[in-house]
Design a protein around this ligand. Structure first.
Ligand code: PMT
Length: 402
């Protein structure tokens, strides 16, 4: 039973395809899921509460202020569910979700829901092609929603085109796939680094870089949510539900990583480690009245290089590559030179992605095929998931925003 013990919210919006969800409920329930139906007020024009209550064997939720218990429904239902599927999803509801509008129970629920969401749109073909509907849909995709695209065919409104709710077997498969993928890193131990090192010059000054740590944190969070045992080595203090170690400098990081790598399945090195540090660190603040100042710099250890040299054949080492020119060529060079399994290259000259931004656009190259897979610009939280799926489940990076 692929959905055994899983709690699923089925959101139904106002559209003729609402009746098809009866078949979907039967598939989910037969597969072991506990399904609760949440309807928009318009949906009850197309399907009855009695039908849904009988099929799900649960109360049906429509009105925002029906109180089944002390907690508001949009909070309690959301807390307990593993997945939210909206089928059929109308243009109206897609638009509301994409713009943070929560004016009924279903849209309020989705606003607080922080687990996987699948949207199966169904509407007239002209509505489906409408520029604003497509823009809203892109917003949802970019925020990590899964979409089961509507199919071509004869529509209830008499038109012929794309807009028919996808086949319920296809929607059911997507639900199983998303649930199964949620914990695809269970049993893996993953070591992640994040942030820019700070190499001291004196007690108040340091050599640093623009890394905020957002990319590394997103990878650690995603690996944890996919079921991995995570250890995050970051250049700053952070509190997480998984193990974290603070190492502000390259030398401190170098002391920690080999020990933690032992027993890990993979190292993902997203930190921007300074290549140089001051030979001498002044014990007291250097006074500016001594005129010009020069600092002698010495090379820092290359942590990735060292780890790639000691790794066993079952361990994976994934490096990042921050470049401002010749991205692919430089990334391939580093993959080769540092003997990495994967390299993730990002162009840090971009203003809308890379350092400090919440967004990134990366090219992932694997050692075996040397194939380049490039993502669109996406939130780092999404880039993190793509990297993990590419590395651990041989997933092909989506070439466009789908
Ligand atoms: O932190 P954010 O603001 O979110 O930005 C993310 C990022 C741009 C920092 C991140 O995506 C990134 O590219 N990280 C790697 C930056 C970097 O140091 O690139 P590099 O090309 O100089 O180094 C190549 C690899 O060697 C990196 O994995 C680096 O961690 C590693 N390295 C570098 C130097 C060194 N002494 N030891 C190392 O292990």
């Amino acid at each position: 039973m692929r959905l055994s013990g899983k709690k699923i919210i089925l959101g139904i919006t106002g559209g003729i395809a609402a009746y098809k969800t009866c078949g979907l409920i039967r598939l989910m329930v037969k597969s072991g899921a506990d399904v609760k139906a949440v309807l928009t007020p318009n949906a009850s024009n197309f399907i009855t509460e009695t039908t849904l209550r009988t099929l799900t064997k649960n109360p049906v939720y429509i009105r925002q202020f029906d109180e089944f218990e002390w907690k508001p429904e949009h909070v309690s239902l959301s807390d307990e569910a593993d997945l939210f599927i909206i089928a059929p999803a109308s243009a109206n509801t897609i638009g509301k979700i994409a713009n943070g509008i929560s004016d009924n129970l279903l849209t309020s629920l989705i606003t607080v829901f922080d687990k996987p969401v699948i949207i199966a749109p169904a509407m007239n073909c002209k509505m489906w092609e409408n520029k604003f509907v497509q823009e809203n849909l892109s917003k949802l995709i970019n925020s990590g929603f899964h979409i089961v695209e509507p199919e071509q065919g004869e529509l209830a409104c008499g038109y012929e085109g794309a807009g028919r709710l996808a086949d319920i077997n296809k929607i059911y498969e997507k639900i199983c796939e998303v649930i199964e993928q949620e914990k695809f890193l269970k049993g893996k131990r993953i070591l992640v680094t994040a942030g820019g090192t700070k190499e001291p010059i004196d007690p108040v000054r340091y050599i640093g870089n623009k890394s905020s740590g957002k990319m590394g944190l997103a990878i650690a969070d995603a690996a944890y949510s996919f079921g991995a045992e995570v250890c995050l080595v970051s250049t700053f203090k952070t509190q997480k539900p998984y193990k974290t170690i603070e190492t502000p400098t390259a030398e401190q990081m170098q002391r920690v990583i080999p020990e933690k790598f032992h027993g890990s399945d993979a190292l993902i090195m997203a930190a921007a480690v300074s290549d140089y540090r001051a030979r001498e660190v002044a014990r007291h603040k250097i006074k500016k009245d001594s005129g010009e100042m020069s600092i002698e710099l010495i090379k820092n250890p290359d942590i990735l290089d060292e780890i790639a040299g000691i790794k066993s054949s079952s361990q994976l080492v994934i490096g990042f590559c921050a470049e401002t020119e010749n991205l692919e060529q430089n990334a391939l060079g580093k993959l080769e030179k540092k003997n990495l399994d994967f390299i993730v290259a990002n162009d840090v000259s971009r203003e809308d992605a890379g350092f400090e931004s919440d967004y990134n656009a990366v090219t992932i190259i694997d050692r075996e095929t040397r194939q380049l897979q490039t993502t669109p610009r996406l939130p780092k939280t999404e880039i993190a998931k793509i990297i993990l799926k590419r590395v651990f489940s041989n997933y092909d990076v989506p070439a466009k925003n789908l």
